[in-house]
Design a protein around this ligand. Structure first.
Ligand code: ATR
Length: 277
């Protein structure tokens, strides 16, 4: 039994995480010898519990709230993507060293590619709502695909402005959906993305009027509970193509799985159904 490849997800709390379901689905599907566990680690115990995982020969782990930023200083190396996004969601343990990566940008882009295979991001304009960690991953992903321009709109304007230090070709828009600026930017955009928690079960809806959005624009939400958020519902009702958030969650898990188990897994229909159940 000692050759089982051990992996997991660290967070606090952790019972809500869908990552065990995703990775264990793939371990079974590809007939691998492995296990992926939910690992609850309170903030104060992070350093010592990471040492335990190393001693227990873990191949690596995913990182979720509240450790996504604090894991940084415990990593021996951080790859370029994670450094640019400023958050680590995947750690590979190799020769006793922790290698930090971020696969959220990959997950976001792969979800768009799978959901809208004929849509090219090159030279397009996007409108991004939010300026937190998820927004940074989305911006990074979009720019890797050659997007021309991104409007950033966040309730706290200063946080959006802060992103100008990290990324080029951004324009900050006020959080006021009936301003002329907001409407003009929306009408110029080929893609609208919500990266805030608004629209999630238990949260208020996004204050947005889609009237000025072009009918050809894609509308994507990273929220996946509910799957069809109020934003996606209004977009769909006026004929825009929508991209739900569950795919980003599933696709972001793929490069981590590949790094630990040597197989690049597929997001199949069965996995999508399981994740939504
Ligand atoms: P994540 O890593 O998921 O992006 P985060 O870094 O905490 O999480 O960022 C949350 C984002 O959702 C932010 O853009 C936040 O806006 P503020 O910077 O103004 O806080 C946005 N957000 C959360 N609750 C919100 C609300 N009630 N109204 C508007 N924006 C909200």
């Amino acid at each position: 039994m000692s050759n089982i490849i051990k992996t997991g997800v660290i967070g606090h709390p952790i019972s809500h995480s869908k990552s065990p379901l995703i990775h264990n689905h793939w371990i079974k599907k590809y007939g691998l010898s492995g296990e992926y566990l939910p690992i609850d680690i309170p903030c104060d115990d992070l350093k010592s519990r990471i040492e335990d995982l190393k001693n227990e020969s873990y191949a690596g782990f995913n990182v979720t709230i509240p450790h996504k930023e604090s894991i940084h200083e415990l990593c021996d190396e951080i790859d370029e993507t994670a450094a640019k996004i400023g958050a680590v969601n995947t750690v590979i343990i190799k020769d006793g060293k922790l290698l930090g990566r971020n696969t959220d940008a990959f997950g976001f882009i792969e979800n768009i590619k799978q959901s809208a295979p004929n849509f090219s991001l090159k030279d397009k304009t996007a409108f991004v709502l939010g300026a937190g960690g998820a927004a940074k991953a989305v911006i990074y992903g979009l720019q890797q695909q050659g997007i021309k321009k991104i409007f950033i709109c966040n309730r706290t304007r200063a946080k959006a402005e802060n992103l100008l230090q990290h990324f080029t070709n951004l324009e900050v828009i006020d959080w006021c959906s009936n301003s002329d600026d907001y409407k003009a930017s929306l009408s110029e955009s080929n893609l609208l993305i919500n990266t805030t928690a608004l629209g999630m079960n238990g949260q208020p809806e996004l204050p947005i009027d889609l009237k000025s959005l072009n009918k050809d624009a894609l509308v994507s939400d990273i929220v996946y509970a509910p799957l069809i958020t109020p934003l996606l519902e209004s977009a769909q009702a006026r004929g825009n193509k929508i991209i739900t958030g569950i795919g980003m969650l599933l696709h972001q898990a793929r490069p981590a799985f590949e790094a630990w188990y040597g197989v690049m897994p597929e997001v199949d229909e069965e996995l999508q159904q399981k994740a939504l159940a």
